[in-house]
Design a protein around this ligand. Structure first.
Ligand SMILES: [Zn+2]
Length: 484
């Protein structure tokens, strides 16, 4: 009886630990996953410390010097080979361990957003007035991914796994798109699989796409004159800009509902008594698929020429950057989902739930708290993605890529906003970091161990890409690294 019930318990534990893995989940693999989880627990304090430090640094795109150094130094101390300043960006780096195939890469971000400085409390209050803040939770993103890479490194070092693990320190996700520059250099080309995750208000193995985006500068060049004394000698660049934006806003009625058009005016003249000779607009165009976005871009090009003609000025459109739509890999996402279930939901204390509800009260949301449950995988995925783009999507067209969302903020929290900064700087965020690291590390154990799985993921990738070769949208020349 005792022996029998023990056996049932053993079988149950295996099943609960690795639901759905069935015969593939050899006991040895579960042991390796448990070792990976133990490694993350061992490094948890250091990972959380790095996250809090990056949260405080709150460095924006291509200025993440201290944040990148913190992660790269830690990787080096832990025995990774670290190559800094890759793809012409001082804050980009690659940390590798092991040798030979498979080569599994994991991406980490660490850039903040301007103007979102916030304390780690449930009321809106700047940590440093006017400074940047981690309104997208990237302070958690980098350290969690590094934690997962470190767990795998320790398994390779112990002779438990064979191959190479690579952590990619990828700067400037929020602006510029650092990964697109790294992709242009071919830095992801030899990977078998790439993994990434993102802080969110829910936990799920992602199968949804993201929007394709193109980042465009539109400039008009006119002729200066005195606006009262001899205006007939002038040609206003701002006139060109105004005609253009009018056209752009009319265009909104005649595009598909999946299209997004948004812009800011960067330069619109200096003083009213000088006919402006220069005007500049910064425009982002998005759609669910690159093809749709390209159609809109072609129409916008014509509108720049038309607006310039109306105003009697010169018009110029420059594609500065852009990202593809995310290419989901369902084969891999299902394995990621099983590992997510194996790790289990995130548990919160009553104090954390109250913190979350206080944020929801402050932002006029339903007081439902923070949700650490595992949301079902969307399989098949919806036809169109929600609004938003990511440069992880560029990587997904080069190599089969897995993407995970993990709760780091209260439900329905406005994103790119103070509540994300607040929750990302305290225990709710820390728990998300730990959970992401464990899920990604456990998934990587499967990816290292199972050549058939990697083959199936590659077959799906080949079928979806149909031999299309990735070409980065970023402009020729070096990345726009700030001089100051
Ligand atoms: Zn983000």
């Amino acid at each position: 009886m005792k022996a029998h019930s023990k056996m049932i318990v053993a079988v149950l534990v295996l099943f609960v630990c690795a639901p759905g893995l069935g015969a593939q989940a050899a006991a040895g693999d579960v042991k390796k996953k448990e070792a990976a989880v133990a490694s993350i627990e061992k490094h948890r304090a250091a990972l959380v410390r790095m996250s809090d430090q990056i949260w405080q640094y709150a460095e924006t795109a291509l200025r993440e010097h201290k944040s990148a150094q913190l992660l790269a130094d830690y990787a080096e101390q832990q025995g990774f080979r670290v190559e800094r300043g890759v793809a012409g960006m001082p804050t980009a780096f690659i940390a590798s361990y092991g040798e030979g195939r498979p080569i599994i890469g994991i991406l980490g971000e660490y850039d903040a957003l301007p103007g979102l400085s916030q304390k780690a409390g449930p009321v809106k209050e700047a940590f440093e007035a006017g400074a940047a803040g981690h309104g997208c939770g990237h302070n958690l993103f980098g350290p969690a991914s590094l934690g997962a890479a470190l767990a795998i490194k320790e398994l390779i070092a112990a002779g438990q796994l064979k191959g190479t693990v690579r952590f990619y320190g990828t700067p400037a996700e929020e602006a510029v798109g650092g990964k697109a520059y790294m992709a242009r250099e071919g830095l992801f080309n030899d990977l078998d699989v790439a993994l990434a995750w993102h802080p969110a208000d829910e936990t799920r193995a992602d199968t949804e796409s993201s929007q394709a985006i193109v980042d465009v500068a539109v400039e008009f060049f006119g002729k200066a004159a005195h606006a009262a004394y001899d205006p007939w000698n002038g040609r206003s660049a701002v006139d060109g800009l105004e005609v253009f934006t009018h056209g752009l806003n009319l265009l909104r009625e005649h595009v598909r509902p999946t299209v997004r058009i948004h812009y800011t005016i960067v330069k619109g003249g200096d003083v009213p008594n000088v006919v402006p000779e220069y005007a500049k607009l910064w425009l982002w165009l998005r759609d669910s698929k690159r093809a749709g976005m390209e159609e809109v871009l072609a129409r916008v090009r014509q509108m720049v020429a038309g607006a310039a003609q109306v105003a009697g000025v010169e018009g110029k459109l420059t594609v500065q950057a852009g990202s593809y739509e995310m290419l989901a890999n369902l084969t891999g996402a299902r394995v990621l989902n099983r590992n997510l279930e194996w790790v289990g939901p995130i548990q919160y204390t009553e104090a954390e739930q109250e913190f979350a509800r206080a944020i929801q009260r402050a932002t006029g949301k339903k007081e439902s708290g923070v949700d650490g449950s595992i949301q079902p995988i969307k399989d098949p995925p919806p036809a169109d993605p929600p609004g938003g783009s990511t440069d992880v999507a560029d990587v997904s067209w080069i190599v089969p890529t897995l993407h995970l969302s993990v709760t780091t903020a209260p439900k329905e929290t406005p994103w790119h906003s103070w509540p994300v900064v607040a929750a990302g700087g305290m225990s709710i965020g820390h728990k998300g970091l730990e959970h992401a690291a464990k899920t990604l590390a456990a998934t990587m154990v499967d990816l290292f161990e199972d050549a058939e799985l990697r083959k199936a993921m590659r077959a799906e990738f080949n079928e979806k890409t149909q031999g299309q070769v990735y070409k980065s949208y970023v402009a020729d020349g070096p990345p726009p690294v700030p001089k100051d």
